[in-house]
Ligand binder design. Structure first.
Ligand code: 6GU
Length: 227
C-alpha cells in the first residue's frame, strides 16, 4: 500500500517511522511519504489559508494548494481521506475495508478545515471512473487541532490488517474478538498473586468450557459497564 500524508507540519508525523510501521516499510509492505503542503505555495509568506466567504470565525485552507499537492501524488484506485471532526466516524469495519486499498492519501486539515471544493473536485466522474474515492473521516466525538494525529490513528489501525505486517497473524484470526476487533474479557498472566490480588480460580482450572463461559459472562458485564 502506498500512503501519502499531506500536512503543514510534516515533522508531526515522524512517529510513522517507528515500531511496527517502520518494520512494515523496511519489508516493502507499505510505502509512506509525508508531504509538506507549503511546498506547493508560491507567495513569500507560503500562505495556506484565508478568511471564510460568508464571514465567521477562523480561517479556511486554500483549495489550490491542496489541489496541486493531491494532483502530484494521486493515482488510479486511490482513497483520499479528508480528516475532519465533521466526517464519518472511523471504526474497525472501515479499517478493514481500507486495508486492501492501493493508495491512501491523508489530507490533514488545520484551522476551520479545507475549502469544500477540494472534496467536490475529486468526487467528480473523471475521478470516479479512475476508482478514486473521497472520504471525510473523523476519529471520534472531540475536536483536535488538526488531522495529523487522526491520520496516524487511522494508519496504525489500517496497516496492521495488511497481510504480513503483524508478526503474529493468530492475534488477528483468534476467536472471542468482538466486532471492533479486540478481546472483550479481562486478561491475566504471571504471577498468580500480585499485590494481594489473585487471578480468578477458574482460569487455573484447565476446564476450557467453563473458562469460555466465564469469559463470555465477563465480556457481557464489561459491555454493560461501558454504556
Ligand atoms: Cl479527523 N480532525 C480534527 N481536527 N478533529 C477531530 C478529528 C479529525 N476526529 C475527531 N476529532
Amino acid at each position: 500500500m502506498k500512503i501519502d500524508v499531506i500536512s503543514i507540519f510534516p515533522e508531526y508525523l515522524s512517529p510513522l517511522k517507528l515500531s511496527l510501521l517502520g518494520k512494515a516499510q523496511n519489508a516493502g509492505l507499505v510505502d509512506i511519504s509525508v508531504h509538506d503542503l507549503r511546498a506547493q505555495t508560491n507567495d513569500n509568506h507560503n500562505t495556506v489559508d484565508d478568511t471564510p466567504y460568508g464571514g465567521g470565525a477562523g480561517m479556511v485552507m486554500l483549495p489550490e494548494v491542496w489541489g496541486k499537492t493531491i494532483d502530484s501524488v494521486v493515482t488510479d484506485g486511490a482513497d483520499i481521506i479528508i480528516l475532519t471532526p465533521a466526517g464519518k466516524r472511523f471504526n474497525q469495519k472501515m479499517a478493514e475495508s481500507f486495508s486492501s486499498s492501493k493508495q491512501m492519501i491523508f489530507a490533514c486539515g488545520r484551522y476551520e478545515g479545507i475549502d469544500d471544493r477540494v472534496r467536490q473536485y475529486y468526487s467528480q466522474p473523471e475521478f470516479q471512473s479512475r476508482n478514486i474515492r473521497v472520504h471525510e473521516v473523523s476519529i471520534g466525538d472531540y475536536v483536535l487541532g488538526g488531522g495529523e494525529v487522526a491520520s496516524m490513528v487511522m494508519i496504525e489501525a489500517i496497516t496492521r490488517l495488511i497481510p504480513g505486517v503483524l508478526g503474529n497473524p493468530e492475534s488477528l484470526a483468534e476467536e472471542s474478538h468482538n466486532s471492533e476487533g479486540y478481546l472483550e474479557y479481562p486478561n491475566f498472566t504471571k504471577p498468580q498473586e500480585w499485590r494481594g490480588i489473585s487471578v480468578p480460580e477458574i482460569l487455573l482450572s484447565g476446564n476450557h468450557a467453563a473458562i469460555a463461559k466465564w469469559r463470555t459472562q465477563q465480556a457481557g458485564q464489561r459491555a454493560k459497564d461501558n454504556l
